[in-house]
Design a protein around this ligand. Sequence first.
Ligand SMILES: *Cc1c(COP(=O)(O)O)cnc(C)c1O
Length: 222
Amino acid sequence: MLDRDPAERLAMVQAAIDAAAHLAARKPADVTLIAVSKTHSAEAIRPLILAGHRVFGENRVQEAEAKWPPLRAETPATALHLIGQLQSNKAEAAVTLFDAIHSVDRLSLVTALARAMDKTGKRPTCFIQVNIGDEPQKGGVPTANLAALIGEARIADLPLAGLMCIPPADIEPAPYFALLAKLARDEELAGLSMGMSGDFETAVTLGATHVRVGSALFGERG
Ligand SMILES: *Cc1c(COP(=O)(O)O)cnc(C)c1O
């Protein structure tokens, strides 16, 4: 697929999402494709914007601050999602730049984001990142602490959209996607940010509302 041009890759990924949605009796329009452009230059991103794509993901605040203001000046309707870990001291920069934040994983960050939203008046949609395999060293709130963190995010009045996960590497992701979907249902949260280049179709059949796809669109990162 990577010998094709970016617009063709975009069309193929979107077609695969649509097919997976149909398979699960879901509406393709209920799945948002986030094109993960981290490490890729404005020159690599622009063809996707020209092909009509409007939703992009970055994992670092500083990189996005450098890259996106000029691109957004060209195409104001472009939405930007933060998918990487966020330090509390960058909360204000993050809410200023991003339309959604997928990596809310601890109380100190909930507090920092609430304060930053009050100060800036900007309220990006928030996803709580769950350490769905309860792996040591992995980002995300442990599953045992999820309910408490959701409660704190609700008290802080964060605009909570749903849950996000990155399943353990190199094993079948479906059970983890199914578990995230169950946790979201239990908490009456509609959003499910799950699925990457290798597994987004599986994620869509299990209810993903947001898939985060990088290398299948842009090629391998250098
Ligand atoms: C890089 C990244 C992705 C995209 O990964 P690909 O395998 O390149 O599609 C998705 N989610 C997160 C959190 C990432 O950091």
